[in-house]
Design a binder for this molecule. Structure first.
Ligand code: MN
Length: 202
């Protein structure tokens, strides 16, 4: 069975890659999970004094990969996208120029740093999101344990809870957030539109 430490081992090449760069361009997916994952790693990079830029894309098409590659970034980090475009990234970027943190089904393993829970037989659809995966990378880069609540925002946005309860590694991340007092538990209704819609519509 995959342990938390196994995920950390698998995430370490990406953390080492990012620590070794002076400037990084981060490309994230346009949803709550992708934006949380982007925020976690942009924050972790800025805390280490890196030059950071980022963009959020609705989809990553091959022409987007070509466009990003043409822009002269010295290194690019894809988050919540990239595993499904691993071959295009491999042919477009050198192994020292690109890294991926994603939880969607990967196309292929890669020479470049590529962290995806599916490589460890962990279901990225229910056990951990891109934001959770990004948090594991960030936590290896320095004192970033306080960012764990953003990992839970991402997992919630990707609807990874089952019957209102976090599963798998999301549950471990919740424990970390509770330990730090970053989140509190309370009973309530976990309904879509709870704060914006009348109850019978939620
Ligand atoms: Mn996601």
């Amino acid at each position: 069975m995959t342990e938390f430490a196994d995920l950390e081992d698998a995430a370490r090449p990406v953390a080492d890659f990012l620590r070794g760069k002076d400037d990084v361009h981060v490309v994230g997916q346009y949803d709550a999970d992708g934006i949380s994952a982007t925020a976690i790693l942009v924050e972790a990079l800025e805390r280490r004094g890196k030059q950071v830029s980022f963009e959020i894309l609705k989809q990553l098409y091959e022409e987007d990969v070509d466009d990003i590659a043409s822009r002269d970034h010295s290194s690019v980090l894809f988050v919540d996208v990239g595993s499904g475009q691993a071959e295009a990234l491999s042919t477009t970027f050198g192994v020292e120029e690109v890294a991926v943190v994603d939880h969607h089904e990967p196309e292929t393993e890669t020479e470049f740093p590529h962290f995806n829970p599916h490589f460890l037989d962990v279901d990225g659809g229910s056990q951990i999101s891109a934001a959770g995966s990004a948090f594991i990378v960030a936590d290896l880069m320095g004192e970033n344990g306080d960012l764990v609540d953003w990992a839970l925002v991402g997992a919630t946005g990707d609807i990874q809870k089952e019957d209102g309860v976090f599963q798998g590694f999301n549950e471990r991340l919740l424990e970390k957030a509770l330990d730090r007092g970053l989140v509190t538990e309370e009973n309530g209704l976990d309904l879509y539109g709870r704060t914006t819609k009348p109850l019978h519509r939620s």
